[in-house]
Design a protein around this ligand. Structure first.
Ligand code: HGY
Ligand code: MN
Ligand code: MN
Length: 430
């Protein structure tokens, strides 16, 4: 930590009290839960590994006497009291679930940096006016149960819990059953109503992009998040013998799906390379080399920072897909849609001021990845701080970050949290 000429104040004292060593040890301990070859994790939402990670977090919170609560979609809240117990809490946190071949930092860093912030407030002897609560949102990734950000969407009132319950994973497990198992694993946690009032929300996360590392900046002050739209495309054809069925009689679902994806590539072509278009999941059945595919199913993940373009291209997806269906039937469902968001200027300023006070060089940048903050931003003053990750790699076992950067991000988060929990801005002030 560089020497400070500034007179100490509670926010700075709290930032200085962050224990980076313990943060790193806990990150490595969490990385052992669901560890997979290559140094990554598979700790998917509501899985046995996710339950173990929750229990570990609750154990650490218990050592501090923090109160633990869950809501009906298993969002986990860990409360540090404030001077005004009835005041709405300022939330700090992230998600603990990972991609199927995820990294050691995506999501979990924000949860453990949030825990470090609560503990730093203790160590600095700071009583905030508003209570502060660490939150771990359920199913941010959407890898096991699509779409992502279910916990924060339901909390923010942008999706009904009932509309999540029938989601099924690749093994046929229903979200409702995995949710029940997860809730049963924390029987002592208080029950919280969905969407209770909050005064603000902060997140720390790895950038999941290359800019901070390339520009040699340890801190990113996030200005907002680009818009995202997800679609689920189901193509129905007819199976038959690969050796005997003439092409003229075929209704090959895989060939039709490939034509659709080719047509979508045309729709999404963007010489400025700003559009993000991904078909990340593709399944076919009966998936046999000598049987004509009767069903194909694929995902579409489309993102753009401009709300108008997100609408224009996103609204054309269904028509483009249907236009390439040929003799097959197609059913397309939009499963996720949020416009680009801009974070509350007072929260962005608080994070910027914190990094300046800590003499940490920072860069303002938008987020290409979505985060739970995208949904909280509609409910309360929200902001994010990024730290660099190696080569910007994420959603892969190679994801890596430096202890010093992770500590610096937690210090900025803590300083901003301390000041927001004193005097949170109002959402009207945006
Ligand atoms: O997909 C996303 O942008 C997030 O990292 N889950
Ligand atoms: Mn994440
Ligand atoms: Mn992620």
């Amino acid at each position: 930590m560089p020497h400070h000429s500034l007179a100490p104040d509670p926010a700075l004292n709290a930032a200085r009290a962050v224990d980076g060593e313990r943060l790193w040890q806990r990150l490595m301990e969490m990385a052992s839960i669901g560890a997979i070859p290559g140094g990554g994790v598979c700790r998917q939402a509501l899985s046995p590994e996710d339950i173990v990670a929750r229990e570990r977090l609750i154990g650490w919170a218990g050592q501090r006497g923090y109160r633990v609560a869950v809501d009906s979609i298993a969002n986990l809240f860990i409360r540090r009291p404030g001077m005004i117990p009835t005041a709405p809490p300022v939330l700090v946190g992230r998600h603990m679930d990972s991609q199927p071949r995820g990294g050691r930092f995506d999501g979990i860093y924000g949860v453990l940096a949030g825990l470090a912030a609560l503990e730093a407030l203790d160590a600095a002897g700071i009583q905030t006016r508003h209570p502060v609560e660490l939150v771990a949102w359920t199913n941010e990734e959407g890898g096991r149960f699509a779409p992502g950000a279910m916990g924060s969407m339901v909390f923010a009132g942008q999706r009904r819990l009932d509309d999540c319950l029938d989601a099924v994973d690749s093994a046929g497990v229903k979200f409702a059953d995995a949710l029940r198992e997860t809730l049963n694993a924390t029987p002592d946690a208080e029950c919280r109503p969905l969407g209770f009032p909050v005064a603000g929300y902060l997140e720390a996360h790895i950038e999941q992009g290359p800019r901070l590392e390339a520009e040699g900046k340890p801190i990113g002050i996030v200005t907002g998040i680009q818009g995202a739209r997800w679609f689920d495309v189901m193509v129905q054809g007819e199976t038959g013998h690969a050796g005997t069925t003439p092409r003229a009689l075929r209704r090959d679902a895989l060939q039709a799906a490939l034509d659709m994806i080719q047509a979508l590539k045309g729709l999404m072509y963007d010489p400025s390379d700003t559009v993000r278009f991904t078909v990340g999941r593709f399944t076919v059945s009966p998936n046999s080399p000598n049987a004509i595919p009767e069903r194909a199913r694929f995902s579409v993940d489309f993102r753009h920072p401009d709300g108008r373009l997100l609408a224009e291209k996103g609204d054309a997806v269904a028509q483009v897909v249907r236009g390439a269906a040929g003799a097959c039937e197609v059913n397309i469902t939009e499963t996720f849609h949020h416009d680009p968001c801009v974070f509350h200027p007072a929260v962005v300023a608080a994070l910027g001021a914190a990094s300046n006070r800590l003499q940490l060089p920072s860069l303002r940048l938008p987020s290409g990845a979505f985060h739970d903050a995208l949904f909280l931003n509609d409910r309360c003053p929200t902001g994010m701080v990024f730290v660099p990750c190696e080569k910007g790699i994420s959603h892969d076992v190679r994801e890596n970050a430096e202890p010093g950067d992770l500590e610096a991000g937690a210090r900025v988060l803590t300083a901003a949290l301390a000041s927001l929990a004193e005097q949170p801005p109002t959402i009207e002030e945006r």
